[in-house]
Design a protein around this ligand. Structure first.
Ligand code: GTP
Ligand code: MG
Length: 322
């Protein structure tokens, strides 16, 4: 991907200096196909999974860093990296406006709110809209949809695609769907994306929801620290993915309406969002009358303040008429 700068080009581990075919084979069969997959992994983990000695692993990782030019850059480089950020329309102009033009690449956007606030509908809509050409608010790209709750509906994709003038079957072919059955599975799917994404022109990765498995598997206060640590590492991987391939990562997070009922889960009690320690954009969703929903950006001094009202219609996410 040229617009992402030198650090986002795809380099395969087999092409690294100092990696012979035997080493390459071991790395590849453990899932480290691209240099980025290697760079974001912990060296001990690479060593464990490949059976390669730690000294070999650290030599290969050093070589990978050099190839990717992970070193100082100038302020001008930073400027051009910033300018390479792209936006995907949500379908609602008002919602796009408070997001600064749409959902951004190179970052994680979290939609959080209670049940029925439209988190899943927004994920469906973005998976369609990312396929639109830039002049219509898309990136002419494909989507990966990781579903933890089984709430993905192809029928919605079909209807939303038709409504924006995309050929429905084609639009469905451009969405790679996978159900994640537990948190370890979810983490390993994201690791695989470091090799899958560059081969498939993926510009959006959806995780609906990012939190449900972690909540179920690490319940209560006694597991909170462990849960948050795992979740932070997972979010960090997602952030690297977004930056490396100039794509948008969108995650959802259900929070309860009445935290008092769920005493024992302080993440919920403190307003809910899980990305507090990860850079990214947090969008709170609330219900309003009928099919109206209200969105508000939380903790983002660089984005416009205020609320956006949007509606969920048969056609998808749209501006409210009034
Ligand atoms: P949880 O996953 O339970 O936390 O909720 P969520 O925030 O993901 O809610 P979701 O996106 O599933 O939004 C549900 C709302 O979208 C419903 O209350 C409906 O109002 C609307 N909706 C869902 N499917 C359709 C549809 O096919 N047509 C229309 N018009 N509205 C729909
Ligand atoms: Mg949902």
């Amino acid at each position: 991907m040229s617009e992402g700068g030198s650090s986002s080009k795809v380099v395969y581990v087999k092409d690294l200096p100092g990696v012979n075919p035997q080493i390459a084979e071991k790395l590849e069969s453990a899932g480290y196909t691209t240099v980025w997959a290697l760079i974001v992994a912990r060296p001990e983990e690479v060593s464990e999974k490949t059976g390669l000695p730690p000294t070999t692993v650290s030599r290969v990782i050093d070589s990978a860093r050099k190839v990717l030019g992970l070193t100082f850059k100038t302020a001008k480089d930073v400027k051009y990296e910033r300018l390479s950020i792209k936006k995907i329309t949500t379908g609602s102009r008002e919602l796009d406006n408070i997001l600064g033009g749409g959902v951004e690449t190179k970052t994680i956007t979290e939609f959080f709110g209670e049940y029925g606030t439209g988190k899943t509908q927004i994920c469906h809509q973005l998976s369609v809209n990312v396929q639109l050409p830039p002049e219509k608010g898309g990136l002419s790209g494909k989507a990966v949809y990781i579903d933890t709750e089984g709430t993905f509906r192809w029928e919605r994709i079909e209807a939303m695609a038709r409504a924006v003038g995309l050929e429905p079957d084609k639009a469905m072919e451009n969405i790679f769907y996978q159900r994640a059955y537990n948190s370890d599975h979810q983490i390993s799917i994201v690791e695989e994306l470091f090799s899958f994404v560059p081969k498939n022109n993926v510009r959006l990765v959806v995780l609906d929801s990012v939190t449900s498995h972690f909540r179920a598997e690490y319940p209560g206060r006694e597991h909170l620290a462990e849960r948050q640590q795992k979740l932070n590492a997972h979010l960090h991987q997602l952030m690297r993915l977004a930056e490396a391939y100039n794509l948008a990562v969108v995650v959802t997070n259900q929070v309860m309406a009445r935290p008092d009922v769920f005493y024992g889960d302080p993440t919920v009690a403190v307003g809910g969002h899980v990305l507090a320690h990860t850079p990214g954009v947090r969008v709170q969703l609330r219900k309003s009358k009928g099919n109206k929903r209200i969105a508000r950006i939380v903790d983002a001094p660089h984005l416009p303040e205020g609320e956006a009202v949007f509606v969920i219609t048969e056609e998808g996410i749209r501006d409210s008429e009034e």
